[in-house]
Design a protein around this ligand. Structure first.
Ligand SMILES: Nc1ncnc2c1ncn2[C@@H]1O[C@H](COP(=O)(O)OP(=O)(O)OP(=O)(O)O)[C@@H](O)[C@H]1O
Ligand SMILES: [Mg+2]
Length: 363
């Protein structure tokens, strides 16, 4: 799929912007703070209804303005559709071809985005919840059911935690009801576990090869850590064993809300052993592998965004990454240093120069 037009109104430092994009490589360059990330953030928002930065929706609205509109024309299965995200102080609305979409799970499975942005390198060292967040976004884009499962799981989890607290305070409450809630947690949790396991298995099919092609050497793999790698019967027994402990804690101690995954390079935890460059290359490989997964499942390529790709990478790695980029994948690259883009690549790209919220195209 490709985005052919982007229209921004009062989005961050863009008051009014109309852009046409090429089908393959689009390079966006400009000085720090000029609006490069804002531009790709708008594309990401259009596909996923959220920013990749951990900001609130309101911060996307231009200072002193009341609302923002991001609109884009997207080509998918030989058909163009207009996607629109509208954010005001009262909330957010999304539309496809002027039809309001109420179910977010419906919207986010339409346009797939693979994003690399500098803060992603923290993923290896960050908290498990951050890794789960990324994993959830990636799987939700592919499978409608996954997002619905997550929301059901979280609802039951809330109920179960509340009930555990109640049991602790009023010991005579029914344990049968706790069993019912536990079985629901198991039902949804097990399905989520299967999606995650399958996704990580898929990642491992590609990531080793991609990493080696960029870095030249090293065996990278991802290891999924979950307490749900057991049968439902075994898990139910486990839960029953820890009921009292859970009551004392007032929360569910076991479940896919504690899942995590780890990057292992040559048998060592990347977290403890990896250099900055290895970390960055591992994350880039993780993202490039995602492209292959999306393509193998949906038979279409996602849009690729590489925000500030070049910082901290040496020239040979940059060249290797460009070699891996597929011509069929529409790619957006932001950079402050146009001279880091190999000449041959520049020749076949659309180049946009960003100057304080306005854009000049170089042909
Ligand atoms: N809601 C907003 N209204 C107006 N301007 C905003 C808003 N949010 C952010 N900005 C401005 O956007 C600019 C940052 O843009 P952006 O993050 O896209 O920069 P960049 O070109 O990616 O820079 P860098 O090279 O440092 O990554 C800042 O100057 C900031 O003041
Ligand atoms: Mg930036």
């Amino acid at each position: 799929m490709k985005i052919s037009k982007l229209k921004l109104t009062n989005f961050r430092n863009y008051e009014n912007l109309n852009l046409d994009f090429k089908n393959n490589l689009n390079i966006i360059y400009g000085e720090n703070g000029s609006g490069k990330s804002n531009l790709v953030e708008a594309i990401y928002l259009l596909a996923l209804t959220k920013s990749f930065r951990l900001t609130s929706d309101k911060q996307l609205i231009q200072k002193n303005k009341k609302n923002t509109i991001v609109e884009g024309k997207i080509l998918k299965n030989n058909d163009y559709s207009t996607y629109k995200v509208y954010i005001s102080n009262d909330g957010k609305k999304v539309e496809i071809d002027n039809n309001k979409i109420n179910k977010i799970s419906e919207y986010v499975t339409k346009v797939q985005i693979v994003l690399f942005y500098p803060r992603d390198t923290e993923l290896v060292n960050s908290s498990p919840s951050e890794r789960r967040r990324i994993l959830n976004i990636e799987i939700s884009q592919i499978f409608k059911e996954y997002m619905i499962l997550l929301s059901n799981y979280n609802k039951i989890l809330k109920q179960r935690n509340a009930y555990l607290k109640q049991l602790y305070l009023y010991g005579n409450a029914s344990r049968e009801y706790l069993d019912i809630l536990t079985k629901k947690i198991l039902e949804y949790g097990k399905k989520i576990y299967k999606y995650r396991l399958e996704y990580i298995n898929n990642l491992n099919e590609y990531i080793k090869d991609v990493y080696k092609k960029i870095f030249g050497q090293g065996n990278l793999k991802i290891v999924y850590r979950s307490s749900f790698n057991k049968t439902e019967k075994e898990l139910l027994e486990l839960y029953r064993k820890i009921y009292s402990k859970e009551m004392a804690n007032g929360k569910t101690l076991l479940g896919i809300h504690h899942d995590d995954f780890e990057f292992i390079l040559d048998g060592n935890k990347l977290k403890d052993w990896g250099s900055q460059g290895q970390l960055k290359n591992a994350i880039i490989s993780f993202k490039l592998a995602e492209i292959n997964i999306i393509n193998s499942i949906l038979k279409d390529y996602p849009i690729l965004i590489l925000d500030d790709l070049f910082s901290e990478l040496d020239e040979s790695k940059i060249v290797n990454i460009f070699k891996l980029l597929n011509n069929d994948v529409q790619t957006f690259i932001t950079t402050t240093e146009l001279n880091k883009v190999p000449k041959k690549i520049k020749e076949k790209s659309s180049i946009f120069k960003v100057i304080n919220g306005s854009i000049r195209e170089k042909i």
